[in-house]
Design a protein around this ligand. Sequence first.
Ligand code: SUG
Length: 450
Amino acid sequence: MNTTLEIQCDGLVGPTHNYAGIAWGNLASMKHGHQTANPRLAALQGLAKMELVAGLGIPQLVLPPHERPDLGLLRRLGFSGSDAQVIRRAIRHTPPLVSAAWSAAAMWAANAASVSPSGDTADGRIHFTPANLTGQLHRSIETPTTARILRAIFSPPQFFIHHDPLPPALALRDEGAANQMRLTRAGGRRGLELFVYGIDALTQTSAAGVPGQRYPARQTAAASAAVARNHGLLSRAVVFIRQKPVAIDAGVFHNDVIALAQDNVLICHEHAFVAHTVEDIRRRYRALFQAAPVIHIVPDRRFSLAEAVDTYLFNSQLLTLPDGRRLWLAPDECQRHGLAMEVLQSLRDQGAFSLLEFINVRQSMRNGGGPACLRLRVPVTPGELAAVHRGVMLTPRLARTLREWIGRHYRDRLSPRDLADPALITESRRALDELTQLLHLPNLYDFQRR
Ligand code: SUG
């Protein structure tokens, strides 16, 4: 019997989901930029994933989308007038700014925050640090709303503590739990937290990236270290790991595109980390738990970095069911990829997991977000779970309500040209206003407070 509970917090896809092609280094975003998206289908696909997980008896929580467009961003950058005028003027001058203001990227909740469960922290509370997402303009605007949402959902201070995001500096770029993994020992509450970074930006000459590297690193060592300190983690229960630059250049813009961990099991691609990392993890795990972790390394000759990025095999959710069995929830794309299926078969044969399911989240995948990107994990005790805001916990009834809400409010086509349409501002606000009632989260958005 498994006593560990883990809430899966999924970002509900917002009504302005679109393909702007603005995430440099994220190959899927770069490839699908300026195509027509289907926000309604995207939201329904995300909801279907949440329903599947909740149906397995795992606590599933809904994180509401952010208000878009972020007109405050455009106004701060000097565009003025009525809401419609602001959009029109910004489009005339700087279209990429408008794409950023409309971005629904907050759906990728793995980037919302770093989370340390109460079993790991000095004060026995769950610690949250909203990610500053400084590396990308369209993502950096998420932080204040994310912080507000997390505070509203995980509220009683005897259980939950919310830190300020790290200062928005290149040297402190932080993209949250997408670069954080955790290993535990069966039955125990303590974990070994693994923080993965792409660059040590305080000492490397170029803060933007390793000189000569094609794509920038989106997490810095200094950011990871600051989060670990703020969360009050024991130094012997933390490992800092550096991504291999070659992986970042192949399109691994977050660690969760190349590695995943659950319970005492770590699965990673051969080129996920720099040399000696795996030995280091083994040593630190052994020192903490007096036992050996289970580590599966997928060799590049069997499954290349390009194949990993193409299929998002490692961006699966590895879920522990209430009976203790592990389920691998893979993106649908893997099912049609012979080599990905061979890797899965061999991992299953070696006992990494026992159940396998596939999920179609293609609308999100086309922007570089697989099943694991769409969710933030929060390990909890039963007492902590009971303190979470009930209105956002997914029940069959809430799922039905949300499906109807999506059907009422979402468009089934959104092209970059549609972002000039002022009617979309009103439509999105109407949808979100109603959503706050459905989730019992009043006055969440700025437009409701004015
Ligand atoms: O930050 N895509 C997101 C995808 C995030 C995936 N998250 C994890 N791996 N955990 C990003 O690159 C695309 C936006 C656009 O092009 O419209 C985008 O932001």
